[in-house]
Design a protein around this ligand. Structure first.
Ligand SMILES: [Zn+2]
Ligand SMILES: [Zn+2]
Length: 178
């Protein structure tokens, strides 16, 4: 997801382009190794200093359901807003000052190529940190025996156990007791 922005940099502040984003992000996290495909719609706007990119993207990732801990496929949609800054003056070819506060993934390279890939990858990492449910009515795990209650019920009498004691009950019930 690399875009040549030379022409846009030459235009005045406020000039814009619509661009689609379509490509693969590498190694999001341990549940999403390899390539994860992303699609999005972006708007590039020339600012006094660089190019503001806004838009929306969506991606399907593997997550662990926060209630039953089963692997589940989740569609994530998120909004993007980042300003990229050029490292070379488009008119003179002179190097532009880059400070320590300028994040390396937000720098437009010396060939006027703006690379969205790492920025989008970081957005997806952040977005996938808050786990979802495998389905809205996920029944979760039995706190006593650990049975996944979406797959089968168990014989535990959960309603009679104080939830504060359920951890203790879990510790006390060893496989030999069953
Ligand atoms: Zn679940
Ligand atoms: Zn149970």
């Amino acid at each position: 997801m690399i875009y040549n922005v030379a022409q846009l940099l030459k235009e005045g502040v406020g000039a814009s382009r619509r661009r689609t984003a379509s490509g693969d992000l590498r190694d999001i996290d341990e549940l999403n190794p390899g390539d994860t495909h992303l699609e999005g719609e972006l708007l590039f706007v020339r600012t006094p200093r660089g190019i503001l990119v806004t838009g929306k993207a969506h991606v399907s990732v593997n997550q662990m359901c926060r209630r039953c801990l089963e692997l589940t496929r989740v569609e994530i949609e998120f909004e993007i807003e980042e300003e990229f800054i050029p490292s070379i003056d488009i008119e003179t070819g002179a190097s532009l000052p880059i400070t320590d506060e300028d994040e390396p993934e937000l720098i437009i390279d010396e060939h006027h190529m703006l690379d969205m890939t790492e920025v989008l990858r970081q957005y997806v990492i952040v977005a996938s940190m808050s786990p979802s449910l495998c389905r809205p009515d996920c029944k979760g795990l039995c706190p006593i025996c650990g049975q996944n209650l979406n797959l089968a019920s168990c014989q535990c009498r959960r309603d009679e156990i104080d939830p504060r004691l359920s951890i203790l009950a879990q510790l006390l019930s060893s496989p030999e007791d069953e």
